[in-house]
Design a protein around this ligand. Structure first.
Ligand code: AMP
Length: 305
């Protein structure tokens, strides 16, 4: 199987109650690809960066066997920049700044080898760009997964709803689910979102875990209890990367397999938040993944619905 990932490759500046960074490498697609690459090969990245983006990071992504043929490098332009601040309760953050830079005129061009991908992961990005990617596929993907955030809902709700018609799985956090559906009750919100297109809805609830909803079924997975949370940035993207990486590796797109994928995704996200920026997903230790998965599986049995 082959997976196409589109999303931001970015610079972030992060502030938590305990630390403050200058520009550090981030971006939705960076986290997704690193997380998925821990489990699977044959990942194809579509994105854009400026001439200011570090060549060492590009080299690192190549070394993880992530295909970068679809990564545009705009010399003389600046990479997308995002800055956010977390409060004492790390489930909540404010966006301090979003500078689109190269993203402003981004026109994704899919290399031929990308156009028949089995899974398409539409990472957090302008909905019109997500749509342009779908439109270039020459073979109908087996699964289209979409992630988005409030920034795009505030500015491009109509365009987002247009993309959602083509989407099989949406991963979204609880606040975004409420904004998208106009409903505060998560299960009711999921019903409304289902009417927009996605058959499977994954609502991420930070330290409260995640729920996968399909038809009348709800599958809850608690978050892993951690000693320390250093930086929650990218947890959602790492989750999405873990989810698609698992599905690709197991070549099974059923609800039953998606439940296991959500468990794996939860484990991957736990490694992300323990380190600053992409560091936690860059060096994933398989033995620790297995250990945490076993640990989580024990707790999940009791909440199977
Ligand atoms: P997450 O914490 O999973 O929501 O992902 C945070 C990552 O998303 C950061 O690395 C940012 O660079 C990236 N990001 C922040 N805002 C946006 C946006 N409006 N569109 C796309 N990516 C974004």
């Amino acid at each position: 199987m082959k997976t196409l990932v589109v999303g931001t490759v970015a610079f972030d500046a992060i502030e938590t109650p305990y630390l403050k960074t200058e520009k550090t490498v981030g971006g939705a697609a960076t986290y997704i690809c690193l997380s998925a690459s821990a489990n699977t090969q044959n990942l194809k990245l579509v994105s854009v960066v400026g001439g200011d983006f570090p060549t060492t990071t590009i080299k690192m992504l190549k070394e993880k066997n992530i295909c970068l043929e679809g990564l545009q490098i705009k010399k003389g332009e600046k990479t997308f920049f995002w800055s956010g601040k977390y409060h004492q309760n790390m489930n909540h953050r404010d966006t301090l700044d979003t500078q689109l830079n190269v993203l402003e005129n981004f026109n994704p061009v899919l290399p031929d080898s990308y156009k028949d991908s089995d899974i398409v992961m539409l990472g957090n990005l302008i909905p019109t760009v997500q749509k342009k990617v779908i439109n270039q596929m020459t073979k109908k993907p087996k699964l289209i997964v979409l992630d988005t955030m409030n920034f795009w809902m505030d500015n491009f709700m109509t365009e987002l709803k247009e993309v959602l018609k083509d989407v099989d799985v949406i991963t979204i956090n609880d606040e975004e689910a409420q904004q998208l559906s106009g409903n505060n009750d998560l299960i009711e919100a999921a019903k409304k979102i289902k009417e927009m297109g996605p058959k499977y809805i994954i609502i991420k609830r930070g330290a409260e875990g995640a729920v996968l909803i399909h038809k009348e079924k709800q599958f809850f997975v608690p978050a892993i209890k951690l000693q320390k949370v250093v930086d929650p940035t990218g947890a959602g993207d790492t989750f999405a990367g873990g989810f698609i990486g698992f599905l690709q590796k197991n070549k099974e797109l059923s609800f039953e397999n998606m439940k296991k994928a959500v468990i794996h995704a939860t484990v991957m996200a736990s490694f992300c938040v323990e380190e600053l920026g992409i560091k936690g997903v860059q060096n994933i230790d398989e033995k620790r993944v297995i250990k945490r998965t076993r640990q989580l599986e024990k707790t999940v049995d009791s909440v199977f619905v």
